[in-house]
Write a protein that binds this ligand. Structure first.
Ligand code: HEC
Length: 139
């Protein structure tokens, strides 16, 4: 029984972490990322650039803007953009506003933004979490 439950959990986790609910028979080379997935890549790239400039001590910070259309982008799976998603998207937006206009150490404000990515991913898409966590700057 234990083993059964264990393998069920493993499967559930695998299904989640793939974060891709398309039919299995679809081969990877015809995989087309959704609008939301593309936006995520842009957000990741922007945060990576920001991270680099914070680490380099730059005053000219490229503040992330890709998030602006987060709730309008088409997701892979219909129904993703629900009220919970809206709440997380708002939290991320707020973190980005505080990053640009807030007070306190820039590193802390930046990390709050990355934490907002992780928080939404905990509810929606576990797969990229280890990758996202690499964006944190140790304080
Ligand atoms: C409001 C919720 C939310 C926030 C905030 C969020 N994500 Fe996502 N992310 C998602 C969802 C949902 C998907 C699945 C997209 C799809 O295919 O529909 C995703 C997908 C991804 C992917 C995989 C894209 C692919 O190729 O399939 C990466 C990488 C990613 N997010 C990184 C990030 C980073 C980095 C941040 C913060 C800068 C972030 N996410 C913030 C919800 C969020």
């Amino acid at each position: 029984m234990r083993i059964l439950i264990g393998s069920f959990l493993a499967l559930a986790v695998l299904g989640f972490s793939a974060c891709n609910k398309k039919p299995v028979q679809e081969s990877p080379d015809v995989y087309e990322p959704s609008e939301l997935a593309l936006l995520m890549h842009a957000m990741e790239a922007e945060n990576l650039r920001l991270r680099d400039s914070i680490l380099a001590g730059s005053e000219e910070l490229p503040f992330p803007k890709a998030f602006t259309h987060l709730t309008e982008a088409k997701p892979t799976q219909e129904g993703t953009i629900n009220t919970d998603f809206h709440a997380h998207a708002n939290a991320y937006k707020l973190a980005m506003e505080r990053l640009e206009f807030g007070e306190g150490p820039i590193t802390t404000r930046y990390n709050v933004g990355i934490q907002a990515c992780v928080n939404c991913h905990n509810s929606f898409c576990n797969g990229p979490i280890p990758r996202i966590k690499k964006l944190f700057i140790s304080e």
